[in-house]
Write a protein that binds this ligand. Structure first.
Ligand SMILES: Cc1cc2nc3c(=O)[nH]c(=O)nc-3n(C[C@H](O)[C@H](O)[C@H](O)COP(=O)(O)O)c2cc1C
Length: 313
């Protein structure tokens, strides 16, 4: 018997629980010759804002031990150009499309974006990125002025999720930050405010210096760390959140292969996302899907759901 791989994320049914993470797969068209897109569980797009953004000055990326730093600064064409230029290809891919959004100003921009996307039928879900470490936070949310991220504050998280929840009937996913003391507290705030699911984690804030020139390797000085270097931290956070919330978790952070994907399922993730690994091997996600089928068959597990949260203690 073929094992059942499908899972539900809010109202969204995925044929399999393996997706690609925001910002690491472009708008999918870039990868169309390298990956069989229709095999993916879902595609999460690069975060978009209401207006186009040029992003941060270069250099914006550098390699670090078992990972990378990036400070792209959310370069994107803005919502209307996205809908005109990027969505037509995405909808042909045949898999659920999850649109990542963020605000450059305050709650109102999140609401405007969510309302705009709510009426677009080819969009399966909205992910709110309240955890990008690479944009200056000029939000009008009083608790988050300066450099504080929305996802670093439970009340601000609650406020944003609640407002977006009212603006859309689509499946709503909230993306959390690992740059916090208690991620479970933030996760609970998002759940209480009506989020259907949680994506975790975004990147960890880090920096790297060229000892020769004594200059930061990234122009913005600090940047987001991703890749296998952050996997144990991301996994620990997945496990902590799993014990505190009922809504599904989409786990990510350094997933490169089937065994690292399984770690996240076992620690409570209903689905997983592949990020940095796409830059090394764009087929990572589809290879994980094959690996998952083999693992379930070999272990005589009929349904994917049996391994979710099944950490043996
Ligand atoms: C180059 C790059 C760009 C990213 N851009 C975004 C983005 O636009 N929105 C977002 O929510 N996360 C973004 N991320 C974070 C990833 O989606 C993911 O949460 C993080 O990298 C951890 O997963 P990984 O270790 O598998 O990469 C970006 C990551 C990288 C490496």
């Amino acid at each position: 018997m073929k094992p059942k791989l499908s899972v539900n994320i809010g109202k969204l049914k995925l044929n399999n629980p393996v997706m690609v993470a925001s910002g690491t797969f472009g708008y999918a068209e870039e990868l169309k010759d390298l990956v069989i897109l229709k095999e993916l569980g879902a595609i999460v797009t690069k975060t978009i804002t209401l207006n186009p953004r040029r992003g941060n000055p270069p250099p914006r990326t550098c390699e670090t031990p078992s990972g990378m730093l990036n400070s792209i600064g959310l370069e994107n064409p803005g919502v209307e150009n996205f809908l005109k230029e990027k969505l037509p290809f995405l909808k042909k891919s045949g898999v659920p499309i999850i649109i990542s959004i963020t605000s450059e100003s305050g709650v109102e921009e999140f609401v405007k974006l969510a309302r705009r996307l709510d009426g677009v039928k080819d969009i399966s879900a909205i992910e709110i990125n309240i955890s990008c470490p690479n944009i200056r936070n000029d939000t009008k949310i009083p608790r988050c002025q300066g450099t504080r991220l929305i996802a670093q504050d439970p009340k601000a998280t609650h406020e944003v999720v609640k407002a977006v929840r009212k603006a859309t009937g689509k499946t709503l996913i909230t993306k959390l930050s690992p740059n916090v003391t208690s991620i479970a507290e933030i996760a609970q705030a998002a759940e209480e405010a009506g989020s259907d699911a949680l994506s975790l984690v975004n990147t960890l804030i880090g920096m790297s210096v060229d000892a020769g020139t004594r200059k930061p390797k990234i122009a913005a000085i600090t940047a987001g760390l991703s890749g296998p270097a952050i996997r144990p931290v991301a996994l620990r956070m997945c496990w902590e959140v799993y014990q505190k919330v009922k809504i599904p978790i989409i786990g990510m952070g350094g997933i490169t292969d089937i065994s690292s994907a399984l770690e996240f399922f076992i620690c409570g993730a209903t689905a997983i996302s592949v990020g940095t690994a796409n830059f090394i091997n764009p087929k990572t996600a589809t290879e994980i899907i094959s690996g998952l089928k083999e693992y379930l068959s070999e272990n005589k597990i009929n349904n994917m759901k049996e391994i979710i949260g099944d950490l043996k203690l």
